[in-house]
Design a binder for this molecule. Sequence first.
Ligand SMILES: [Zn+2]
Ligand SMILES: [Zn+2]
Length: 321
Amino acid sequence: MALEPEAIIDFMSRTTSAAARSWDVAALQHLATAQVPRDILGAHAWLTEADIRLTWASWFVDGLVDRRPFIHSNRLGYAHLYSEVQSRMRLLAPTLPIDELRRAAAAVTDFAWDDIDARRGRGRGAVTPQMRADLWFAAEPTPRCYLCGYEFSDHARDRLLGRSTAGQPEPSNLPLLVDFTRPRGLVPRDLMIEIDHVAPVANGGKTILDNLRLSCGWCNRVKAANTSLYTAPSGYSGEITSRELGIVTVPQPLWVLRLVATRGRCEEPSGCSAVLATSELFLAPRNPQGTITPTNAMVTCSNHDPWATARFVSRAKLSRR
Ligand SMILES: [Zn+2]
Ligand SMILES: [Zn+2]
């Protein structure tokens, strides 16, 4: 990586000042005008940058018009929304030529309407046994969690398909060791197969095969209705002491999930063909001296994982946390 020292010095001095005075308008305004150096955004800049833009778009639209009355009333159509958006934007820009105002209002209305239209169908329809079977057989011979690549157990398959599970290991036989960055196996649900709505139900995702995937319970639980790195409830989720790594920071689960699931392939620099459809993938720090953050992360298969053994710690250690 070719560092640009001047850009980093400027950026870090502004952030240092804003971090110390995070309630001070002058320091924040000075920081807001800084360019973020590419070095700082890291290798997954496409994700961190895209996610913040989605957040801004949503705030902007919500600030113009409350989508909720439209979700609840089928009598309020696109034309109502468009006229409301247009009149709000007219107040913001009274001198804007009418044709430009209309085009801008249409762009905002399209974004909001897609969401309203989808949410009106919320909760409609349950996942049927036939859908479960279709999803399973479409993913054969080796169905895996579409978010992390975990290969499901026979027990989980039989539970999904409603077959007898007599004589098989109970799901209560949880593993002794779990990956502390993705602690799947703390509760039986983690190891089960769940049907995930790719577009979450809460965001209007429909219960149709196109929008359904097989996921492990852990991924489904962490993903929930979250769609962005920035919807993670907090930053790090604590620390752990591992035999190989010593005291190490546990990353926010949503970061781990979102990076692994969106990248979807091993990022070994010398090349690797492992993808989610064929392998379980993990998140490791790009710089091993640093901790896992969205800007210092590398998606890896088990063969190239620098933490191949270090990431597994005793379940008891994690469940006490
Ligand atoms: Zn998973
Ligand atoms: Zn690999």
